[in-house]
Design a binder for this molecule. Structure first.
Ligand SMILES: NC(=O)c1ccc[n+]([C@@H]2O[C@H](COP(=O)([O-])OP(=O)(O)OC[C@H]3O[C@@H](n4cnc5c(N)ncnc54)[C@H](O)[C@@H]3O)[C@@H](O)[C@H]2O)c1
Length: 461
């Protein structure tokens, strides 16, 4: 069946009148906010997820993603605009479907495409003429055309003619109050002009600015450029922090002053390593694909090495700090402040805090943590393999630790109280303002000690 007249026009009309039925596969950090925006725009939207708890939560009108308000989900579900299911058969009734499933790396740093493949297998079963399929999961350039298209075309329908196919990268920044799914421009690259136009029409109903590009590969590469840019610049500033440490300079002061340049500089900040589901992972999708062409991408590998070594550097800092108090890591209690991978969110995926905790645990420390966003840390969630519960951030719990290591700077924490109560602090985020004799900062000169090597009065107080 090819060149059937009226196929794109039919979907075009349904999208313009918002009578198209929209679907989203994968209701996680990306998929749930997107489904909510489609429903809010007026489309009857169905979310599909393998996780029954997420599906039940949506159907009960509750949100499990901090950036999505439960009130919005409740209203859209009550209005009959939003529903969720574990059954893929609903795809037969949908006009559009967006794929928002995970794209992790295998241990070998090769892409794990199994989630995309399994979602596309389901779509292929129910693919029908006039359907629009959009891949959103971050992936290597070529995925949409080389992997998804042949799987969908195997049933006889032709992409760009009978059904429409596009890639549109997600740029959600969890915990960012200023930018959300609605007001972040959306890059769209379709397989042929009709796919781009139809996908732009779908997103245009829910998102303020659409940026069409010439192909799915271009859209895939846009996302990888953005995330590689971030990974490499964080790697650069982490290396600058290591140099400042050797040179006795304060990297935080250096970056702050450099950021006053009104052009040609963008500040990045050092820290205990790279975390999250995207920045430490996505560039390796590009690296993997480039290597297939015989090209050896050097920036990605180098930044990966520098960022990956940061947890070890932080543990060395903690060891040096304890040494000032004539203590060893072995036998000391270290309270890790912040286990989420970045501030003000509850996501622990790839969090460098977990690596720091595991290294400290291996060296014999008693590891505790405090994170207002992460009430419990299951044994299977970190290499230490012990069930942990967050400490309450009181002067007593802070004073009880031999060392407090600030690894994630959640804004709700009272850092002045932490400074006053702690015996010793290793601050990897510059969360504590000023210079204090018992606060050792990443990438900054250590405060002075007395000639016999002991801490000053103020420092041990
Ligand atoms: N989280 C972010 O900040 C972010 C930002 C930009 C891009 N991305 C990308 O978006 C994609 C999704 O990320 P996420 O953070 O939303 O992941 P997530 O783990 O929060 O959500 C993925 C969901 O997909 C479901 N799922 C897995 N396989 C499925 C299948 N075959 N059928 C149906 N449901 C399935 C899971 O149960 C889960 O609910 C990834 O490629 C990621 O790299 C994420």
């Amino acid at each position: 069946m090819t060149n059937e007249p009226g196929i794109p026009e039919g979907l075009h009309d349904k999208l313009e009148t918002r009578t198209a039925r929209a679907g989203v596969i994968g209701l996680g950090y990306v998929g749930l906010p997107l489904a909510v925006e489609f429903a809010r725009a007026g489309f009857r939207t169905t979310g599909i997820d393998l996780d029954r708890r997420k599906v039940d939560a949506v159907n009960q009108g509750t949100s499990y993603i901090p950036d999505v308000a439960t009130a919005d989900v409740a209203r859209l579900v009550a209005d009959g605009r939003l529903a969720a299911t574990t059954e893929f058969a609903v795809l037969a009734e949908l006009d559009t479907v967006n794929i928002c499933v995970p794209t992790p790396l295998r241990k070998t740093k090769d892409p794990d495409m199994s989630f995309i493949v399994s979602a596309v297998e389901q779509i292929a079963k129910y693919l029908h003429a006039g359907m629009l399929v959009v891949l959103e999961s971050t992936t290597y350039p070529g995925t949409t055309e080389e992997l998804v298209k042949p799987m969908l075309e195997a049933g006889g329908l032709k992409a760009g003619v009978d059904f429409f196919l596009a890639f549109s990268p997600e740029r959600v920044d969890p915990g960012n109050a200023a930018f959300n799914t609605r007001n972040v421009p959306k890059v769209v690259g379709g397989l042929g002009p009709e796919s781009t136009e139809l996908a732009s029409l779908l997103y245009g109903a829910a998102i303020e600015t659409i940026v069409p590009v010439s192909s799915p590969q271009t859209a895939e590469m846009v996302k990888l450029l953005e995330n590689t840019f971030r990974m490499v610049n964080i790697g650069l500033v982490n290396e600058i922090a290591l140099m400042c440490d050797r040179l006795g300079l304060d990297v935080w002061e250096v970056v702050k002053a450099a950021a006053t340049k009104p052009f040609g500089f963008m500040p990045f900040y050092p820290g205990p390593g790279l975390g999250g589901h995207c920045i430490p992972i996505d560039p390796f999708y590009l690296s993997w694909k480039a290597k297939q062409t015989g090209f050896d991408p050097r920036f990605i590998e180098l930044a990966g090495q520098i960022n990956g070594a940061m947890p070890h550097f932080v543990v060395d800092k903690i060891g040096d700090a304890l040494n000032r108090h004539r203590k060893a890591i072995n036998g000391s209690t270290v309270l890790v402040l912040g286990v989420a991978y970045k501030r003000d969110i509850d996501d622990m995926r790839e969090s460098p805090s977990l690596d720091v905790m595991a290294l400290l645990h291996q060296k014999g420390a008693t590891v505790r943590y405090a994170d207002p966003y992460v009430p419990t840390l299951a044994a299977r969630a970190w290499p230490g393999g012990i069930d942990l519960t967050t400490e309450l951030l009181t002067p007593e719990t802070i004073a009880a630790a031999d060392c407090v290591a600030i690894l994630t700077e959640h804004r709700t924490v009272d850092y002045a109280m932490v400074r006053r109560s702690a015996r010793l602090v290793v601050d990897t985020r510059n969360a504590i303002a000023g210079t204090h004799s018992h606060v050792i900062k990443l990438g900054a000169p250590a405060p002075a000690m007395t000639p016999d090597g002991a801490e000053t009065e103020e420092a041990v107080a």
